[in-house]
Design a protein. Structure first.
Length: 214
């Protein structure tokens, strides 16, 4: 700023030498480490970048039972939602990557399959520049509504919606959504809330929770 003098620190050679001496001792003792300035902040909220929450790491338990048939379609009659299902995965940050087709829903193929114990995850876009996408009416699904999942063997599972929640992408309820359950659960996820024009993404996620009834 004009009129303001910079304050110069007096050099202290003995202090500089002491600091370098401590570094040399630490290296010799094997105690030197490179500190990551971002480590204390925790993991980067991948969902805020990719648009969908980070998916859990799935490890198959020894002696596990035969996997359930893959899901091939989902429908929610209460809001006129119908879509075939394709397997989806995660990107380099661990965030779910929805299908490239905005009219297509996907299921997290590396996680729990619908009908197995645990939370099976379905995801899809809410809209695009062309208009509404496959999960456009997800937040309108009422509690008690049925979610029907057709499987590759021709069977159909019926889930009942227990609640609909909205979470900021910067504070997504990962444990609540992906955490273990004692029965077969279903999660349907899309974007919601306000649209951030700078990021070209919605600021929230909509999550529909449902439990297997038949």
């Amino acid at each position: 700023m004009p009129g303001r003098r910079r304050r110069h620190r007096r050099r202290r050679p003995w202090l500089t030498a002491l600091r370098w001496g401590l570094v040399v001792v630490a290296v010799a003792a094997g105690a030197f480490a490179v500190l990551d300035p971002f480590a204390a902040r925790g993991p980067t909220p991948a969902a805020a970048v990719a648009g969908f929450p980070p998916a859990p790491v799935i490890r198959e338990a020894p002696g596990s039972v035969t996997a359930a048939p893959d899901p091939v379609a989902v429908s929610v009659p209460a809001v006129g939602l119908e879509s075939s299902l394709v397997g989806i995965g995660v990107d380099a940050t661990g965030a779910l990557v929805p299908p490239a087709d905005f009219a297509q829903a996907g299921w997290f193929a590396d996680g729990v399959a619908p009908g197995e114990v645990g939370p099976a995850v379905l995801a899809g876009h809410v809209d695009s520049r062309a208009g509404p996408a496959v999960f456009f009416r997800l937040e309108e699904i009422p509690v008690g509504a049925q979610v029907l999942v057709t499987r590759a063997d021709g069977s159909t599972l019926t889930f009942q919606v227990t609640r609909v929640a909205q979470y900021p992408k910067t504070a997504f309820a990962t444990t609540e959504v992906y955490g273990p359950t004692v029965d077969a659960q279903l999660r349907l996820i899309t974007c919601g809330g306000e649209f951030d024009r700078w990021r070209r993404s919605y600021v929230d996620n909509i999550v529909v929770y449902a439990s297997l009834v038949a």
